[in-house]
Design a protein around this ligand. Structure first.
Ligand code: C5P
Length: 221
């Protein structure tokens, strides 16, 4: 039997950093589902298709082939034979991903891919709807959150460390807007699954969160 850990939560809560670290320690595969939504958004951006153009999206969704490969333990997203991983982490692509992620056809396509991966491997998968929709029977579910001010601060610092200056208030407004969009969409919105454990990381270090989740995993074995 494969084991699955679902980590959901709002933008910038530290899900991917934490999930990556846990995957390494437990020797699980880390699956970043946000990167898949980002890859779809990247495709539509490149082809001049807008989030509200539902008809066009439905028509061309079949032309999009997304696969996941691993370089060591680092996830690579392949979009129609092209490795697009390096293009996905910008704010623009993140915001567009959130808009396209409201589309049912887009979601169903990616959910299929996510379930396939989890059916053959031990995974720790992070996203917005993993515990509620993608893997409702996940062995362990965590809803990871932090205050929007704290999340903005972390994002600002992350950018600063990369040499990029940004406005912390603008980042917080972006985060709030993205959360609202993700929580209020009709299909598979972001919410805590009833059986997920709530972790607020506002006053916790990354290591503390990682250790807490590993503890929960060991207790559940
Ligand atoms: O987590 P990340 O910021 O990379 O996700 C980008 C966007 O993709 C999110 O704001 C959300 O709208 C969407 N997403 C989603 N469901 C997931 C993962 C991401 O709707 N499972």
């Amino acid at each position: 039997m494969n084991y699955s850990i679902a980590i959901d939560g709002p933008a910038g809560a530290g899900k991917s950093t934490i999930a990556k670290s846990i995957a390494q320690k437990l020797e699980f595969i880390y699956v970043d589902t946000g990167a898949m939504y980002r890859a779809i958004a990247f495709y539509f951006l490149r082809n001049g298709i807008k989030p509200e153009e539902n008809q066009k999206i439905q028509e061309c969704i079949h032309e999009i082939n997304i696969t996941i490969e691993y370089e060591g333990d680092v996830q690579q997203v392949i979009l129609n034979d092209e490795n697009v991983t390096a293009h996905l982490r910008t704010e623009e692509v993140g915001n567009m991903a959130s808009k396209f992620a409201t589309n049912r056809d887009v979601r169903l396509k990616l959910v299929d891919l996510q379930r396939n991966i989890a059916s053959t491997k031990n995974v720790i998968m992070d996203g917005r709807d993993i515990g509620t929709y993608v893997l409702p029977n996940a062995n362990l579910k965590v809803y990871l959150t932090a205050s929007s001010t704290e999340r903005a601060k972390r994002r600002w610092l992350e950018l600063k460390n990369k040499g990029i200056e940004s406005d912390i208030n603008e980042i917080e407004q972006d985060i709030i807007q993205r959360d609202e969009q993700d929580m209020n969409r009709e299909f598979a919105p972001l919410r805590k699954a009833d059986d997920a454990i709530l972790l607020d990381s506002s006053n916790m270090t990354i290591d503390e969160v990682v250790n807490e989740i590993i503890e929960l995993y060991r207790k559940g074995l």
